[in-house]
Design a protein around this ligand. Structure first.
Ligand code: XMP
Length: 508
């Protein structure tokens, strides 16, 4: 493979890996490195473009991320995104401030100078997606302001073509920035003149090569939830391992209606032998009286890891393979310096058996593409995600006891059936049905009841880093509330249409 042309310096943003994914989508490979690693990488590599990602720090904080300072001397086009732009401004003579009127969280409208090569071919007025407390108040000498927020208060972009340096305050890599991809293409192609060097077909070869290198005659178990990630990974690596791989599905007690049957079918399609480990009681005991989402996840993770170690021993496996994605690592705080949002159950298990995460740089959307290439059925390539801790994190406010898991399992099954019957299930990227244990008053028959509510949430998203809350049609909402409230312990149904951010996809 040719030398990597694009260096992304990770300054700790939730979206750093999204920049890498967007570049692959556009046909380019890139290296994502922490500032320290970037510094040593640059000693033996000369990229054609450098992107400084966003990050949650302020340039005024002690220990704020500092990309290699010599990047300004390399005569390589540089694009700073959000914190990346603030760092450039702060470092070479501009001014960065924190002002309540300049903060932006979510969608904003910006006015662009489309004569600037970075904004060539985009609309003069355009929707962008931003998330920042600090902003650039004064651009450094030699720079021009080339985009401002609609009200003129925020400098949304600065440019110094002579020095080949650009900065954008918003996030062009986030899908909610309407013409973000065009801006990235302008930087990579028009300004930095990089050549396309990435095709999705390369992914399968890359993964098989990595596995072949790591495995040679070794035995492995693979965590198998039947979801698109573990099923696709199984199908991709089964030919490398042949008989030396066993897929392990843990029945945690938090699975949905009929899910085990679907998991069996998916293992068959992936060509791996499946073992189902029944462990509902162990998980129930471990999660016990917990109501705190992170503690539930932590206890879940402990048992989950232990079962894998036991199964690895039984199968005499040298390796445990998992389908964790870049997003799992980002949200678990294992990529760069991103803040911990949720500790995913399959990340950082620290097992006593070597772990492999061949999908660690990929996004859901890329795994779906891989599934299509591997000719897996649509029911797999387009399958909605479901969290590992399952229904345990869909019982909110009280401990997820078996009876409550049964209620939410039933409600989820009913809502899913209604959405499928009305042909809207496929309109959402994920359906979330949760049991809210906060009791409210209702009437059943002629009597007063004081019981639970169901929350129904649909989201639309490409990569789950940001998401739009979905509005189900009125007739569907009515059918859902009529059906679900038939349960004696459910008196109300709430529909949650909040975007991510500020909400997350799951309730917990
Ligand atoms: P959030 O709620 O973080 O969810 O916006 C993004 C995606 O991740 C899934 N999710 C999890 N998956 N273990 C998982 O395997 C977890 O602990 C977990 N928490 C959230 C969520 O369902 C969505 O698809």
């Amino acid at each position: 493979m040719k030398q990597i042309q694009i260096l992304i310096v990770d300054m700790g943003s939730q979206y750093t890996l999204v920049i890498g994914r967007t570049l692959r989508e556009l046909g380019y490979r890139s290296a994502i490195l922490s500032p320290g690693k970037a510094e040593s990488w640059l000693k033996s590599n000369k990229p054609s473009a450098i992107i400084l990602s966003g990050g949650s720090a302020s340039v005024y904080e002690e220990n704020s991320p500092q990309p290699p300072k010599n990047i300004f001397k390399m005569n390589v086009p540089i694009l700073g995104v959000c914190y990346g732009m603030q760092w450039i401004a702060h470092t070479i003579g501009g001014e960065v401030i924190s002002h309540h009127e300049r903060k932006e969280y979510g969608e904003a409208v910006a006015q662009f100078d489309t004569k600037d090569p970075l904004f060539y071919g985009i609309k003069k007025k355009n929707v962008v997606w931003a998330s920042h407390g600090d902003s650039v108040e004064k651009v450094p000498a030699g720079f021009k302001v080339v985009a401002r927020s609609e009200d003129g208060k925020v400098i949304e972009a600065m440019s110094n073509p002579a020095k080949k340096i650009w900065g954008v305050q918003f996030h062009p890599e986030v899908t909610h920035t309407k013409e973000g991809k065009k801006i990235i293409i302008n930087f990579i192609d028009r300004i930095a003149k990089c050549e396309k060097d990435w095709q999705p077909a390369d992914m399968i070869d890359d993964i098989r090569n990595e596995i072949a290198k790591a495995t040679q005659n070794k035995k492995a178990i693979i965590g198998f939830s039947g979801g698109v990630d573990s099923t696709t990974l199984s199908a991709a690596i089964a030919p490398v391992f042949q008989k030396n791989i066993l897929a392990i599905c843990i029945d945690t007690g938090g699975l949905r209606r009929n899910e085990i049957e679907e998991i069996k079918l998916n293992a068959k399609a992936a060509g791996v032998k499946l073992k189902i480990v029944k462990a509902a009681k162990r998980f129930q005991k471990a999660i016990g009286k917990q109501t705190h989402s992170e503690l539930k996840r932590r206890n879940f993770k402990k048992i989950y890891g232990r079962i894998f170690e036991e199964e690895a021993k039984r199968f005499k496996a040298d390796l445990i393979v998992q389908g964790s994605l870049a997003t799992d690592l980002i949200e678990s705080g294992s990529a760069g310096k991103a803040d911990l949002i949720k500790s995913h159950h399959n990340v950082g298990l620290n097992l006593n058996v070597k772990e492999l995460h061949p999908f660690r740089n990929l996004f859901k959307y890329e795994v779906r593409e891989l599934a299509r290439q591997l000719k897996l059925p649509e029911s797999i390539s387009e399958r909605q995600p479901f969290p590992g801790p399952g229904l345990f994190i869909r019982v909110i406010g009280e401990p997820p006891t078996k009876d409550k898991l049964d209620i939410v399992r039933w409600a989820d099954g009913e809502v899913t059936d209604i959405l499928k019957r009305n042909k809207v299930f496929q309109d959402v990227s994920q359906l979330i049905v949760a049991l809210d244990c906060q009791r409210t008053v209702g009437i059943k028959g002629d009597g007063r009841v004081y019981a639970y509510s169901i929350i129904v949430r649909g989201v639309k998203t490409l990569d789950f880093m940001t998401a739009e809350g979905y509005q189900f049609p009125a007739n569907v909402r009515r059918e859902i509330s009529n059906t679900v409230t038939k349960h004696p312990k459910i008196v109300r149904v709430f529909f949650d249409e909040t975007n991510k951010p500020p909400a997350t996809t799951e309730m917990e």
